[in-house]
Design a protein around this ligand. Structure first.
Ligand code: PAF
Length: 281
């Protein structure tokens, strides 16, 4: 496995794969890798000839009071994990390498779907993601790019700008990887205290409970309120509990698959999760 820290180095490492028309798979990450990331890499390995993983903590997707400075940087450990799952190239650029020294005057902003859910609580976040992912796509020029469904809204934003801007690659969404107690794996789980870690799986439990209630034809608004109450009673500060269509539209008709979304804080750690369920009455 090679590690590249410059765009030039990355281009040189990818050149043989490009000239022999190998299928390039790409997994963008911010490092501090866990099984969820490794499953993205395994999926890339399964479908592609060459697998590139980027590790870059992207400053422009963090809000002023978010955890950019403290976000764990664990390149050495991440590299060991990536070598074990068959990654070919790790791209770990510096902020200067990604953004240069001159001011960036271009933004990429996806409307509508970003004015909802996490977009309301994290202004500018998805623009920051769209910019860095577009830059990475241009650097790696992959055939396939892999993203986790835990960040469902992020995945929708990426699919949208890839389609709108005719970026020539296919985006693959990979199902959420969960701990045995149901907690969706996330780099931010590492911020939880021992006590909070025991409480955190209640998010997934409340989503599964909601699925059961919907099967018993409980009214959707009531189901969402029940999740909110369960989480509040368990000590979460609930950011939102919402249901949307698979395309993130408001739900106006019954008898379709919908996605239930939760964002809630335990102490200072914000956790998100989602579950696709049937909504029939
Ligand atoms: O999901 C993440 O880890 C990040 O948002 C991403 C896609 C790597 C962009 O920085």
């Amino acid at each position: 496995m090679k590690t590249e820290t410059t765009i030039q180095g990355l281009t040189a490492s990818l050149s043989p794969a490009r000239s022999s028309r190998k299928i390039i798979g790409f997994v963008p990450t911010m490092g501090n890798l866990h099984e969820g990331h490794l499953n993205l890499v395994r999926e890339a390995r399964r479908l592609c000839d060459v697998v590139v993983v980027s590790i870059f903590v992207n400053p422009i997707q963090f809000g002023p009071n978010e955890d950019f400075e403290n976000y764990p940087r664990t390149l050495e450990h991440d590299s060991h994990l990536l070598a074990e799952v068959g990654c070919d190239i790790v791209f770990a650029p510096s902020v200067e390498q990604m953004y240069g020294h001159k001011p960036r005057l271009t933004n990429i902003s996806v409307s509508d779907i970003t004015n909802d859910l996490c977009g309301l609580q994290r202004p500018g976040h998805f623009d920051g993601v769209a910019v860095v992912v577009t830059k990475l796509f241009n650097m790696v020029q992959p055939n396939f790019a892999f993203f986790g469904q835990k960040d469902y809204q992020q995945l929708a934003v990426i699919r949208q700008f890839v389609r709108d801007l005719n970026i020539p690659l296919e985006v693959i969404g990979v199902p959420i990887t969960r701990a045995t107690d149901g907690l969706a794996l996330s780099s931010r789980n590492g911020y939880l205290t021992e006590e909070q870690r025991k409480t955190a799986p209640i998010i997934f439990q409340s989503l599964k409970e909601a699925e059961q209630q919907l099967k018993q034809a409980v009214n959707l608004a009531e189901v969402l309120e029940n999740i909110k109450q369960t989480l509040t009673q368990a000590g979460f500060i609930v950011d939102y509990v919402e249901a949307r269509t698979l395309d993130l539209d408001k739900i106006e008709v019954f008898n379709q698959d919908v996605v239930l979304f939760v964002a809630a804080k335990l102490g200072t750690t914000r956790l998100i999760d989602n579950l696709q369920v049937k909504y029939t009455v």
